[in-house]
Each structure stands twice: as structure tokens, then as C-alpha cells.
Design a protein around this ligand. Sequence first.
Ligand SMILES: Cc1cc2nc3c(=O)[nH]c(=O)nc-3n(C[C@H](O)[C@H](O)[C@H](O)COP(=O)(O)OP(=O)(O)OC[C@H]3O[C@@H](n4cnc5c(N)ncnc54)[C@H](O)[C@@H]3O)c2cc1C
Length: 442
Amino acid sequence: MTAISGWGRYPIIDSEMIHPRTADAARRATAQGDQAVARGNGRAYGDAAIGIRQTIALTHLNRIRTFDPKMGRVTLEAGLLLSDVIATFLPRGFFPYVVPGTSFVSIGGAIAADVHGKNHHSEGGFGGYVDSLLLALPTGETLLASRDEHPDLFRATIGGMGLTGTILEATIRLRSVETGWVVQRTIVADSLGAAIAALESSESVTYSVAWIDCLARGPHLGRSLIFLGEHAASEQLDEKQAANPFPLRKRFLSMPVDAPSFVLNNRTVAAFNELYFRAGARKVDSRTLLPAHLHFFPLDAIGNWNRIYGRRGFVQHQSVLPSKNAEATLAEMLERIARRGGSSFLAVLKKLGAGSGSLSFTMPGYTLALDFPIAGDTFSFLDELDELVVAAGGRLYLAKDARQSRATFEAGYPDLSFFREIRRTINPSGKLQSRLAQRIGV
Ligand SMILES: Cc1cc2nc3c(=O)[nH]c(=O)nc-3n(C[C@H](O)[C@H](O)[C@H](O)COP(=O)(O)OP(=O)(O)OC[C@H]3O[C@@H](n4cnc5c(N)ncnc54)[C@H](O)[C@@H]3O)c2cc1C
């Protein structure tokens, strides 16, 4: 037994770890699974990638099978990390259509969570760029699923949190890019209304995201820095950048130990937010060229940054709210967070479109992601936020969740009966099971 957790380091659970080295071994592990679930790189925050008794870790399945440069189409084993896809294909002029806020996710994890990026409002989620999947079922069968073959299983697997089988391989499309640089523009919004208006009026921009100072109150409630980005064309590079048209990430620093609990408190977070806001405000309306990894994955520069929240770990609360209720509910959530004293470095707001899978998190509206270190009243406070989300017709992201109730989950996912039906068919003896699935009753 090994004690494992997700990125938030809560909960920590004992599980038997299985490390298949071939696709056939992964197929067998799935067929023989004793309440098992697949695990990619463990970047889901909570308990999604933890089996009840067994966890099938897929990081050894990391080969690139085929690449068609004309179509930008690539077949990959599911344990390969997006960071490796980028390191291999960016110098050849290709980049994934959708990337989340860290590149250290596996292809299987990106599909199972139907991850969204800063372009969800304009280009949809990761699942939209998956052509087919090789899926190992608990029955022992291996199926190729696509929009034409086994379409229901395909739709359930995208965003299905590993609960329809183990993805062994996937064929995905990459976009062609002229350079590995991104033109980034920063806008300052001095209130929540201004932030939403800025995201709405930037709809035609490919990448957009707002960083909110979640301790600001009163007329400045929701004050934000909004980052807009586009892939840079060759002619936009200066001489120095043109000499290095596809910059890749270098070695990174690592957080060597858990931060002591006094590091993060209302005063330090407020000071950080003030400095960050002022630094961003100085760049307003200027255009900066950044290497893609700095635009998309700024936190990847610090390894193990999850230790900043200390030994007890942290939970993320990521909700999405339908457009019509978004502003009022977000204002109420931010007001309560500011009143409580958030201790959250991270408050990120994005505009989303519809998802591709039956259990996908995304829906047209706004998503707010917040980190909370675990303390005495954290869970009861988050229950309060859940009530606001449910009342607004929203839902919580399963890849970030460690604590929502079954009732909150059921209220937010209207396609659940379709998903449960598929699961009854492919998982009749309940071999496939995760902590998340057990907790929320999938
Ligand atoms: C810093 C940070 C930023 C993030 N930013 C974003 C963001 O902007 N947008 C976003 O959408 N997400 C974001 N995430 C969440 C992350 O993208 C997802 O949790 C993703 O699923 C993690 O991939 P993984 O390989 O680590 O999967 P794991 O955490 O190992 O697993 C996640 C889920 O995928 C399933 N799974 C994994 N591999 C397979 C497989 N081969 N077959 C079947 N199921 C499988 C697991 O069972 C589990 O349910 C972020 C996470 C971090 C840590």
C-alpha cells in the first residue's frame, strides 16, 4: 500500500499502486481491477485519481506512436505528459489546441477531465480535438472509440474522470504555429463588472483570463488584471526573439519543504495581491512577447508549489456559473471571501463555452477558481459557496474537487443519468471505482 493524494495533498489515502509497462498490461490491470481507477500525473487536486483499493498509474505508457505533419495529427500513449508533447512538437511548429494552467498533465488526464484552457470561450475544450481513443474496459475488451465508432462511450469518456475505462492511446490534433512566442496584453479592471465587460469585449481574442484580487472590497470588489494572448507570427518577433523562435522551458526551482503555517495569512496575501496588481497595472495596454510556457504555465516554473500551503494541504473550489446569473453570484461569492479573509493567492476568472462530454465541467458562462488552505472552518465556508453555485444553476469541477456533497454534484450535472447508464453497461461488477466516484455516487 502507498499513501497517495492529488495536487492539493488532501485527502491522503492508502492504495495499492499498479504500474503497467505496456498497453496490454494496463488492459489486464483494468480487467482484473479491484475497485481501481487510472491515474495520470496526479495533477487533479482531490480524490479523482485515487482508486478505492487499487490505482493504475499510467506514466510508463509514454510513447509517441505516429505523427502526420500534414494534418497535425498525432497518436500518443495516454501517460505521455503535455510538457513532452510541447517539447517534441513546438520546435516543429505545432502546439496543442487546448492546454490547462500546467503542462504536467498526461494525455489521459487531459481527456478524462476534458480540460479547458484560456481559449475555451473561442475554441472549446481538449475533448474537441480528440479524434479517437483506445479504451480498455473492465470487461477485458479493448475498443477504439470515436465520434463514429462507439460514439456514446466516446462522449462519456471525454470528461468521464476515468470512470468508463482506462485510456491507453489517443489520436489528437495539434495546431500549427509560426512561433513559440505569445503576444500578451494586460488590461486593468477596477471592479467585477469591469472585468466581465473586458472578457466579453475580448471574445474574439484567442486566449483570455482574469486574475482577481480576492481581498479587494467595496467599489473595488473583483478588481482584476486581464491577460489576453495570441500566438505570435514570425514578423512580430524582434531580432533576438527571431534567433530563438521556439523557446522551451528551462530547469525550474522547487519548493524544498512545506511552508510553515504563518507564511500565508491575510496580511501576506494582501501584500502579495497589492504588489502583483501594481506590477500588472504598470504593463497596461503594453504588448509583451512571452515564450509560450510563461504565458500558459507560469506556475510550472516552481516545482512542488503546492507546498506553499503547508502540511495540511489545500482544496480548490472551481465553479462555473451560467452567464445570466454569473455576475450577481460572483459578486456575492467574492464579498463573502473578502469578508472572511480569503488567504487565497489564486482567484482566476475565465469565460467558458459548452463542453464536449456528458460529464464535462464546462458550460457557457463564467468559471471562478479559488485555492483555500485547509483550516478549521474551510469546509463549512465552502459549503456556503456551494449553495450559491447550486442556486445559480452552476456546478463544481470534478478535477479540482475533494469535498463537494453528492447533492451538490447531482444538482449541477444534468447529463448524469446518461453517464450512469453507460457505466452500468461497461462496469457491471463495479471493478472501476475512484474515491471521487464513491463520494459523489456515480
Ligand atoms: C497548477 C494546475 C493548474 C491547472 N489548470 C487547469 C486549467 O486551467 N484547466 C483545467 O481544465 N484543468 C486544470 N488543472 C487540472 C488538471 O488539468 C486536471 O486535473 C488533469 O486531469 C490532470 O491530469 P493528470 O494526468 O495529472 O491526471 P490525474 O490527476 O492523474 O487524473 C485525473 C483524472 O483523469 C483520470 N485519468 C488519468 N489518466 C487516465 C487514463 N489514461 N485513462 C482514463 N482516465 C484517466 C483519472 O482517473 C482522474 O479521474 C490544473 C491543475 C493544476 C495542478
